[in-house]
Design a binder for this molecule. Sequence first.
Ligand SMILES: Cc1cc2nc3c(=O)[nH]c(=O)nc-3n(C[C@H](O)[C@H](O)[C@H](O)COP(=O)(O)O)c2cc1C
Length: 220
Amino acid sequence: MTIKEAVNERHSVRQYKNIPIEKETEKELREFIENISDENGLDLQFIVNDPECFDSFLAHYGKFTNVQNYIAMVGNKQYPNLDEAIGYFGEEIVLKAQTMGLNTCWVAGTFSKKKCKARVGKDEKLLCVISIGYGENQGQAHKSKPVEKLCKADLSTAPEWFNEGVDGALKAPTALNQQKFVITLDGDNAKITSKGGAMTKIDLGIVKYNFEAASGRKVL
Ligand SMILES: Cc1cc2nc3c(=O)[nH]c(=O)nc-3n(C[C@H](O)[C@H](O)[C@H](O)COP(=O)(O)O)c2cc1C
């Protein structure tokens, strides 16, 4: 599965099989996460075999079962645009995980921050986690707002790469499936902006990554 295919295949999965991640897969993904984290000055942490973080009222309320592994999305409070960076690089990891046969869910609310095993320094912040493992199912495609609400460009005359990018952006996970973003075509460049509100900066990073993965072009 390519990353572009993963954009289409990936949906949130909240119920997992009660089996550990295969050793080789875990090793490869750990290296991938560490590289992204180091190259970009973040403190992303891959935590395996810890059922406690999702053993809380909120997690059960959110219908999470058998979550044994997660990625803690931690970064320095002074990092410029930390939320957007966490979204962008987190989505890179999420799509990579999908190509490795793993399923994921971004989680900012329905986990236990107290029981989370991440090391969070005093200058750092834990923004959210990503649950990860072998899903009981593959999830379902989310309902999307109509493309006219999310994209201010004439798609009939826009280049093919832009149309592909828009398709990928509409498939991006956003908090509460809120999709509070707008995509525009500025000359030969795509721009994506956020309409503001809770979690929309993380969402913006995620949407930008999906657009780039689907179109093969950088977003401004
Ligand atoms: C930043 C962020 C935070 C999220 N927090 C939660 C959460 O606390 N609990 C939950 O069940 N889902 C959470 N989600 C998952 C979204 O509900 C889900 O991505 C959205 O409904 C779209 O569905 P999809 O991921 O299957 O495309 C979150 C997603 C994002 C991007």
